[in-house]
Design a binder for this molecule. Structure first.
Ligand code: FES
Length: 239
């Protein structure tokens, strides 16, 4: 048995628009969509371009739109789609470099803008001190540290798809990962308290629904809205 995969092919600058190219791949019970793409690449058409690395839901590089939904292709089985066809497109909301490969430079710049590291004001580098945490202090931010930057949340976010300047779910969740860390002394208020940051979120919640690591960016954003609102009346409050 085989299943039909319809794969978006596009070379900006050479093609007028994306077209779908059909391939029949073996419908193996243990094959993920990524295995189907690898079969196409290895056996049928070596010109197909897409990203992947770990094949185990860790690296976050294999996100694509599968039958309209943003999914990790290494964690999505062919058998989920019955008799097919399975339509594979690049993640929505990102410029396409080639076929299924999208440009993530804008996303990386957003991540950097939140200072996603432990900020220790007034300390000289290198830091040699150990800062012990209790299990409760770890629990305060652990959920947000599970993000693998797969971009599914951006692709599912109706605000980001309409406004590419929106700071977006993963970057805000990552900022909260550090805001809520007892070792951090950073202040990310100026980045987060913006129309294009937490105040741009309309709380649709698609980001949380599609996250393969069960991070809850929607909660992170609403939580920081409260922080920012409190700060307008209590200017010294930081978290
Ligand atoms: Fe790494 Fe899918 S290949 S998450």
């Amino acid at each position: 048995r085989t299943i039909r995969m319809e794969v978006a092919r596009y070379r900006p600058g050479e093609d007028d628009e994306p077209v779908f190219q059909g391939y029949d791949v073996p419908l193996m019970p243990d094959w993920a969509v990524l295995d189907g793409l690898n079969h196409i690449k290895d056996q049928l058409d070596g010109s197909l371009s897409y990203r992947w690395s770990c094949r185990m839901g860790v690296c976050g590089s294999c996100g694509m739109t599968v039958n309209g939904e943003p999914r990790l292709t290494c964690g999505t089985f062919l058998t989920e789609y019955g008799e097919g066809p399975i339509r594979i497109e690049p993640l929505k909301g990102f410029p396409v470099i080639r076929d299924l490969v999208v440009d993530i430079d804008g996303f990386l710049a957003k991540l950097s803008s939140t200072r996603p590291w432990l900020v220790r004001e007034g300390e000289e580098l290198p830091l040699t001190t150990e800062y012990a945490q209790t299990p409760e202090q770890l629990d305060a931010y652990k959920q947000y540290s599970m993000c693998i930057n797969c971009l599914l949340c951006y692709s599912a976010c109706p605000v980001y798809v309409l406004d590419p300047d929106f700071l977006g779910p993963a970057a805000i969740a990552l900022a909260q990962r550090y805001n809520l860390d007892s070792r951090d002394m950073g202040d990310r208020f100026d980045v987060l308290n913006q129309e294009d940051a937490v105040w741009g979120c309309t709380f649709v919640g698609e980001c949380t629904r599609v996250c393969p690591k069960h991070v809850d960016p929607a909660e992170a954003i609403q939580r920081y809205k409260l922080t920012a609102a409190l700060r307008s009346v209590l200017p010294w409050s930081r978290r």
